[in-house]
Design a protein around this ligand. Structure first.
Ligand code: IMP
Ligand code: MG
Length: 189
């Protein structure tokens, strides 16, 4: 049975639109276990620094590191490319930099979703200038039309061109607590 949610009057211009379940919480958890196994295998005997990209990553990040069986250190970076909209603004701003020293360290950047690719490209450039020993990227979701000139090392799901919310991802800062991932039906109901 597909789950549907109706956005009430608190959602401004999105009010009256519906959300439909795209990936169930069980599917998410199963995939995260597989990703954690792969990462743990690749980093056996190492202690990577996991850098979460705020805010959207926080739930995925917490679930992923708890499924991993290698030790990791954690840190966060905060950037912004969306301004309460469902499309990128085209400019990436660094709102909070990492706090730890990544010199000589294995780094894994943890993103919730890759859409235009602007954000992850910005992060890659930023970390390229650092003296990290290695830098890899993990993303729970990537949109099927995204074009990047480098590889994402660990991907959860490739999804169609829809705006999605839940499991950390927001719609105008709300809906992050949903356990499944839903897509916004922008053509009405
Ligand atoms: P990009 O720079 O266009 O690749 O977008 C990256 C960031 O925008 C992600 O880290 C998310 O925070 C946000 N974003 C992109 N697509 C979606 C979406 O469908 N739902 C919610 N947030 C999104
Ligand atoms: Mg994000």
């Amino acid at each position: 049975m597909t789950k549907t949610l109706l956005l009430d009057d608190n959602y401004g211009k999105f009010s009256g639109l519906t959300l439909h379940e795209m990936i169930s919480s069980e599917q998410i958890q199963n995939r995260i276990k597989e990703m954690a196994i792969e990462i743990s295998r690749d980093y056996a005997g190492k202690t990577p620094i996991m850098i979460g990209v705020l805010n959207g990553c926080f739930i995925f990040f917490a679930d992923l590191i708890r499924e991993m069986n290698v030790q990791s250190e954690v840190d966060f970076i905060k950037i912004s490319s969306y301004a309460n909209e469902t499309r990128t603004s085209g400019t990436v701003r660094l709102l909070k930099d990492i706090s730890c020293d990544i010199t000589g360290r294995d780094v894994i950047v943890i993103e919730d979703i890759i859409d235009s690719g602007l954000s992850i490209d910005f992060l890659r450039r930023r970390l390229q200038d650092s003296q990290a020993k290695s830098v890899k990227f993990a993303a729970l979701l990537i949109k099927d039309y995204t074009e990047l000139d480098f590889e994402i090392d660990y991907t959860g799901f490739t999804i169609p061109d829809k705006f999605v919310v839940g499991y950390g991802l927001d719609l105008a800062q709300k809906m992050r607590n949903l356990k499944s991932i839903y897509y916004l039906n922008q053509e009405g109901h």
